[in-house]
Design a protein around this ligand. Structure first.
Ligand SMILES: C[S@@+](CC[C@H](N)C(=O)[O-])C[C@H]1O[C@@H](n2cnc3c(N)ncnc32)[C@H](O)[C@@H]1O
Length: 276
């Protein structure tokens, strides 16, 4: 295959993301079957999108700022890159600038190009690249104290090119499942069921992902399977998730993850891949 084309098809995401699957794409790809379109109801940084080769993609998430960024990068690439470059010019590396820009971010609408540019800035300057909002919907991650955060220009350009075969929508996963049709393959990577009260538990978007939602996802997978659609789900590997996915084929994998709430301690945890 042409080297440039290969680079567009198989690349890595430009965002840091809690629970991102950059290092697991190969394992996950083996479980995903062929099909015309890959649907991801929990796209996050898009690691699986960037590491697989389908003709089309439907990529959704409830994080409106994230979907706004992906749509701006797809449809308004040059303008967004120019806006983003400004925030990586060196002037905004300080703690003071970080808090000012964080405040500005919180005043803007998700579709605004400035907000998308600031999303990339915050992703590279906030503590551990976390994306967390308070109950008013304000981004509230503290300054990350990185010495020289870089604009991921190459990865953003590759994402923008591949995004031309993708649709990005801000939807709850149940709405995304309504859009799934015959011939699609679904990869669902929800916020994980926490392993124990002391393990790292990340809050995504505005609300935690409750047990009810975990069960609803398993129901959606069972329904889709009954229509002949393959659904692959990632989650933590424990008795509760094995029970949830009892109608699937389960593979267990060892993964290195942050295991403390501060995100600084890493260790091996068991995750599962459920194939419906
Ligand atoms: C584990 S992350 C996905 C990571 C992604 N696979 C990657 O490689 O970066 C889970 C994602 O689910 C999203 N999310 C949380 N609740 C959701 C819901 N009810 N419906 C859709 N997406 C949701 C979060 O915003 C987050 O991006």
């Amino acid at each position: 295959m042409d080297k440039d084309l290969n680079e567009i098809i198989y690349s890595t995401p430009f965002l840091k993301w809690a629970g991102g699957k950059r290092k697991l794409v190969e394992v996950i790809s083996k479980s995903l079957a062929g099909g015309d379109r890959l649907v991801e109801p929990f796209v996050g940084s898009g690691a699986v999108f960037m590491g697989t080769n389908y003709k089309k993609y439907l990529l959704c998430d409830t994080n409106a700022d994230l979907i706004g960024l992906f749509n701006n990068l797809k449809n308004n690439t040059e303008k967004l890159l120019a806006e983003t470059e400004i925030f990586f010019s060196g002037k905004f590396k300080t703690e003071e600038a970080f808090y000012e820009l964080r405040e500005r971010f919180n005043t803007l609408e998700a579709e605004d190009i400035k907000k998308s540019a600031l999303f990339v800035y915050l992703n590279k300057h906030a503590f551990n690249g976390l994306c967390r909002y308070n109950n008013k919907g304000y981004f509230n991650v503290p300054f990350g104290k990185y010495t020289n955060p870089q604009l991921p220009i190459k990865e953003m350009l590759l994402f923008a090119k591949k995004a031309q075969i993708a649709e990005f929508k801000c939807l709850d996963f149940k709405e995304t499942f309504k859009l799934v049709k015959k011939g699609d393959v679904v990869y669902a990577d929800p916020p994980y069921v926490p392993i124990s009260a002391t393990s790292s538990f990340t809050t995504y978007a505005k609300e935690n992902f409750k047990l009810e939602a975990q069960n609803a996802l398993a129901d959606e997978a069972n329904k889709a399977k009954a229509y002949g659609i393959r659904v692959v789900i990632s989650n933590s590997d424990q008795s509760i998730t094995r029970e949830m996915y009892k109608n699937s084929e389960i593979e267990s994998i060892d993964v290195m993850r942050s295991i403390s709430s501060k995100g600084s301690t890493r260790g091996k945890v068991k995750e599962l891949i459920a194939i419906f």
